[in-house]
Design a protein around this ligand. Sequence first.
Ligand SMILES: [Zn+2]
Length: 275
Amino acid sequence: MRVEFKGEEKGYCNICKKNSQLTRDHIPPKGCVKATHVELMTLKNYASLPTKAVISQSGLNIRSICGDCNNNLLGTKYDPELIKLTGKVANILRVNQEQRLLLPETITLTVKPQRLLRSVVGHILAGYLPIPETPPISAPFSDALRNYFLNQSSTISDKIEVYYWLYPSNKQIVINSLGIGSITEECLIASSCLLKFFPLAFWIVWDKPDSFLVNSKKISKDKFKGLDESCELVLELQNILPLDYPEIPDEGRFIIGREDASFLAQPKKPKGFGS
Ligand SMILES: [Zn+2]
């Protein structure tokens, strides 16, 4: 299936559900990585060969949210924290590479988690095409994300866990709805969502069973305090997860995804180069 990424000009906002003019959300936000020629596809296209990609001149962008959510909330209030954090990590990687230094095992970063997470949540909610003339479907996980994003004094739901790790890849991935089952651990994460772009990955998981193991750091809930309170996050630089984790499952695990709720963009290969 070839994927249509443009979306309607008018419709229901994926975040606040208001019916209005829709605007394009750039995933990740413009300050993070330079928007460039990319091949766009869904996870299913990507996992099966040959891939049928759509070319975009301006990175991964989807018309799916209203101007208020896009400009006043995401762009003004929350994206600056994500841009600052990813810029800092990218800079550390670049300096180490230029000076041919061995990366430290970990670095500690100071962030405002309430602003950072709302930026991540906003772009994930924007990461699927609205169905024309239909408001977004209510579900416990996506509604918890919407309420958290829209109400800046709200706290994050107890059922949500936020994992993050170093992601040294130029493939950009946003998955709005991802279930992962484990045959060996006999359990299931029924809902989660994922945002990955250089140099970080964020995986937001709903109601994770204790027996389902995730080998990465998470932002502990006691760090979510006032909107402008900072906390320290430790980022592992050497011991990193596979680049396609968790959307391409290991043996013993399987995924449940929706074709219209997963997008992947990768820089376009030069013609006649590779396959
Ligand atoms: Zn909106």
